[in-house]
Design a protein around this ligand. Structure first.
Ligand SMILES: *Cc1c(COP(=O)(O)O)cnc(C)c1O
Length: 363
């Protein structure tokens, strides 16, 4: 059997007619940027998140960049970041001249909240929890620390649409929640798209200006902005995606539960979610010591996998100026060397899930 790591076409086909009708509605409207579709999506997404504002943007990376810009992060400012994350989280800080200060991952593969305080200095301005793989960071602890030290929180929710900690939605704990709608994400567009959510009127207004050259009124540029607008076609199809977000999350959770209960191989270690978490399994990461051998074994049996992520940002070539060593964050380093993600997406047939389980149990 051939089991591809991801088949976006299958997720699309689940609601194909509705996506196509929405896309055509946007195309036929004759209005393509900053229009009704975007406004409608912003209203729907804010309502879904239970917050006052959503500002639709061009990508999750832009959401992070503009979030830190709106908070005034600049050269000399420090932002606490997880050592185990995707590079885009760090780009949001770096693009504003800020300095990411890394904290190692805990046994749950999230930022170790108990290790944050030791990294706080008088230059620290914000904490950036990343709800990696669709599993929430320990937001109760992070929120308490932020309050004690008067720090902002920017949440990277690029993988965690719908994930909760103690029943509260990721993206609504901090000052700003940043979302990506990259096609593979729990809520995916058919191209690049992203958004921020916030309850803060001033921040929302500022990001609205920043995404549109810094102007509210055409040719009156109040602040130095960029161009990061969600286009109408993406905003239209995202309204459909949002309708089925929970359905997709539940389907992935069902697959995850099968993996968790039916994979029985001592060489394959699962991520252990926090007891307070509702994990939406954007990814299904497992840890395997001889990862290459495991990956090749699955490949020989026709099963596709992916690694998230082989090189942590703190040792990325582009950031070598910081002089970090792999060994500076032992847990993040171990995850980078041992993590491998199994196929999990809405539309993955049961027989394929069964086959993945059977093959892994034979490894
Ligand atoms: C995908 C992702 C981003 C960036 O989102 P884009 O829409 O691709 O720019 C940021 N952070 C994390 C954790 C991501 O997975």
């Amino acid at each position: 059997m051939d089991v591809k790591y991801s088949v976006l076409k299958r997720t699309y086909d689940l609601h194909r007619i509705e996506y196509e009708e929405a896309a055509l509605r946007a195309l036929r409207s004759g209005w393509y940027i900053l229009g009704n579709e975007m406004e409608t999506f912003e209203k729907q997404f804010a309502e879904w998140a239970g917050v006052k504002h959503c500002v639709a943007l061009n990508s999750g990376t832009d959401a992070l960049i503009l979030a830190f810009r709106a908070l005034g992060i600049q050269k000399g400012d420090e932002v606490i970041c997880p050592a185990n994350t995707y590079i885009a989280s760090v780009i949001g800080v770096y693009e504003n001249g800020g300095t990411p200060v890394f904290v190692d991952a805990d046994d749950h593969m999230e930022i170790d909240a108990d290790a944050i305080e030791a990294k706080i200095t008088d230059k620290t301005k914000a904490i950036l929890p990343v709800h990696l793989y669709g599993h929430p960071s320990n937001m109760d602890k992070i929120k308490a620390i932020a309050e004690r030290y008067n720090l902002s929180i920017v949440e990277d929710c690029a993988q965690s649409h719908g994930a909760t900690f103690n029943g509260k939605l990721t993206g609504t704990f901090g000052d700003i929640g940043c979302f990506s709608f990259y096609p593979t994400k729990p809520l995916g567009a058919f191209g690049d798209a992203g958004a921020i959510v916030t309850n803060n009127d001033e921040i929302a207004e500022k990001i609205r200006l920043l995404r549109n050259y810094g102007s509210k009124k055409k040719y009156y540029n109040e602040i130095n902005g960029i161009n990061s607008r969600m286009d109408e076609v993406q905003a239209a199809v995202l309204q459909i995606g949002l309708k089925y977000l929970e359905e997709g999350n539940k389907e992935r959770q069902k697959i995850a539960n099968r993996y968790l209960t039916e994979i029985k191989n001592p060489l394959v270690q699962f991520q252990v979610p926090y007891a307070e978490s509702n994990h939406v399994y954007h990814l299904f990461p497992v840890l395997v010591q001889e990862r290459d051998r495991f990956q090749n074994f699955l490949k020989e049996h026709g099963i596709g996998t992916a690694v998230h992520y082989p090189i942590p940002p703190y040792v990325a070539e582009c950031y070598k100026e910081w002089g970090y060593q792999w060994s500076d964050f032992p847990n993040a380093a171990r995850y980078a060397r041992q993590e491998i993600s199994l196929p999990i997406y809405a539309g993955l047939p049961d027989e394929e899930v069964q086959y993945v389980i059977d093959v892994i149990n034979r490894y």
